[in-house]
Design a protein around this ligand. Structure first.
Ligand code: ADP
Ligand code: F6P
Length: 326
């Protein structure tokens, strides 16, 4: 069946995430195999408005599946919330013959994509963020790599923390979402995990827990703190003063956004990228690809953006209970 769109454009927007390159590669190669032309758009919506648009062929995406970051670069474009820029973006797409657009990013990027779709461009969103905070999907491109990077780093901090019998606060990414913190809490066997969705800012409770765990023979005390709570360095000073136990803070920061994607991120991002091109070929628009109950599926963007998501209660509970050895 002939593709319903002739030229597919692809861009990455918002924070980068490992696996975005695998998704770009899949979008490009699947679109080409569907008989479409492909254009890359640099620097997200900023680059689209600046017409940073170039032709892509199968070789444009050679040697990128194993690389972190995004070969298209990414950007935040605050003015894109204004309708005049959304209309301009759609006009630019039309001028370049782009009748299908794949936007790889988070919820913010999908809001922009929705607006471009309203102006007559067929648009498909792919969930790309290390934060796992997109409601319509159990999987987001980059989370698996980021959480494994954080887990490895926390294992290393734990070694030295045990040797010195210290308390360690490790700050992981996640401004509004505690998924990396929660998963590391379970995977690293942390004694405490501070989640932006839950933390009550009761530092005395934390101090009491550290003292009690020490009395029960714990040689270290790992506190995973999500970026959304932050202030790890000053928190470490206060905890050291209150407990008398040497306390250090480690902020993992942007290392969590980089690195070679895991097998899961490569395979899932490739599947989602190919699906985006296939949905465009079928003439679909205003859709987001997600992963739910073992299946890759697509949702209407409006529906996807109206969904909400919360941390798994049982995992929050066991994270705490399994970290206590008494
Ligand atoms: P993410 O896509 O990871 O959620 P942001 O929230 O930073 O990241 O959004 C990325 C970009 O998407 C923004 O810089 C802006 O260009 C665009 N965007 C965000 N919100 C909107 C909106 N309400 N309407 C249109 N475009 C938006
Ligand atoms: O959304 C991904 C994320 O890494 C968040 O966890 C973090 O709060 C934010 O991006 C940081 O973004 P920036 O690139 O502006 O430092």
């Amino acid at each position: 069946m002939a593709s319903k769109v002739k030229t597919v454009g692809v861009l990455t927007s918002g924070g980068d995430a490992p696996g975005m390159n695998a998704a770009i590669r899949a979008v490009v190669r699947e679109a080409l195999s569907n008989g479409c032309s492909v254009k890359g758009i640099k620097r997200g919506y900023s680059g689209l408005l600046d017409e940073e648009i170039f032709d892509m062929d199968a070789h444009s995406v050679s040697d990128i599946i194993s690389r972190g970051g995004t070969i298209l670069q990414t950007a935040r474009c605050p003015e894109f919330v204004q309708s005049e820029y959304q209309e301009k973006a759609a006009k630019i797409c039309k001028a370049h013959g782009i009748d299908g657009l794949v936007v790889i990013g988070g919820d913010g990027s999908f809001k922009g994509a929705q607006k471009i779709a309203e102006h007559g461009i067929n648009v498909i969103g792919l969930p790309g963020t290390i934060d796992l905070d997109i409601a319509c999907t159990e999987y987001t491109i980059g989370f698996d790599t980021a959480v494994n990077t954080a887990m490895d780093a926390i294992d290393k901090v734990r070694d030295t923390s045990t040797s010195h019998e210290r308390c360690s606060i490790v700050e992981v990414m996640g401004r509004g979402a505690g998924y990396i913190a929660l998963w590391c809490g379970i995977a690293n066997g942390a004694e405490d995990v501070l989640l932006p969705e839950r933390y009550n800012f009761d530092e005395q409770e934390l101090v009491n827990h550290i003292i009690s765990a020490r009395k029960h023979g714990k040689k270290h005390h790992i506190i995973i703190n999500a970026e959304g709570i932050g202030h790890s360095t000053s928190m470490a000073k206060r905890i050291e003063a209150a407990t008398g136990i040497e306390t250090r803070a480690t902020i993992l920061g942007h290392m969590q956004r980089g690195g070679s994607p895991t097998c899961k991120d490569r395979v899932y991002a490739s599947t989602m990228g190919a699906m985006a091109s296939d949905l465009l070929a079928e003439g679909k628009t205003n859709r987001v690809v997600g992963y739910d109950h073992g299946e890759f599926i697509d949702f209407d963007i409006d529906e996807a953006l109206s969904m909400s998501k919360s941390l798994d209660e049982y995992q929050v509970k066991i994270c705490r209970s399994l970290g206590n050895a008494y």
